[in-house]
Ligand binder design. Sequence first.
Ligand code: MTE
Length: 333
Amino acid sequence: MLIRIRDESAPAPSEITPESVYRDRRRFMGQAAGLLTMGLGAALPGCGQAGEQTAGKAGHGLGAKLKSVKPGPYGTEEPKTPFDDVTSYNNFYELGLDKADPARLAHRLPTDPWSVEISGAVEKPGTYALEDILKPHALEERVYRLRCVEAWSMVVPWIGFPLGDLLRRFNPTSAAKYVHFTTLYDPDNLPGQKRSLSSIEYPYVEGLRIDEAMNPLAILAVGLYGDAMPKQNGAPIRLIVPWKYGFKSIKSIVRIHLAETMPRTTWNKSAPHEYGFYANVNPEVSHPRWSQARERRLPSTLWSPNYIPTRKFNGYGEQVASLYSGMNLRKFF
Ligand code: MTE
């Protein structure tokens, strides 16, 4: 079995990341978010000072590693996808349709300052600066599989904290049955949002049932591979729900809204027969264009595609299958 709960004696993230990867990462610093200048450092005991110094010198503010990140639970022992692949093969339609576009245009995403509106069925609604959103949360590394509906997958060492912990802080009321998420809408800076013939509507929106959102596997991620989140991966804060197809893991979140009603979601609006609300990874239910029985684990080439069988709930059934007991997962795909 590939899932294991990490114990306290497990190595720290910096110890298990190959040195070559850290070196490669330097190339990407210019594309990554200036989180330290907007206060991520405040949530990261031990890295704030170093970050301020680096920010002052380098301008982009991403010199410091996220030093106090603890290994979190549910990590996989499968080899991690190299940093280069994780940060150069992306889906972020606001920054272009080609897999290489998000890294190339990442500098266009404005992330400083950043705030997140918490609204709807909560006792403490408001618009909160990112640093206030992050302040009380200890950051963990979660090494998760990410399975795209396009039938490729990666293993990514995300850094974040449980979404449920954030939601509980704002005291959801009994009307909070669903959580709606919204990405930044800024067509002047995000060229994909300007395209009149775009296949999807903007802003990008996603949603979860409240019990899915409260599942401990669901996290809000603010970094990967030991550093703040690169912009192409959804800086400064994004959702990660590893048992669902990647399109549920919405990037660059500006609004979290709790409501009684199920939200319409971006890909479901664009092609409801192809993309369901639940979008749980399921090798038994194929997408019209992609069999979901297997996946290409990156890095993968034409000659060495690296196919592996896809697992139900992306291998996280032990943690999440009970959320769907009694449901017909062919109907609720
Ligand atoms: N979020 C926004 N706002 N816009 C997008 O285009 N693409 C989704 C998801 N989140 C997307 C998004 C899809 S289809 C996938 S597979 C993952 O992000 C990819 O995440 P990654 O680029 O970090 O691998």
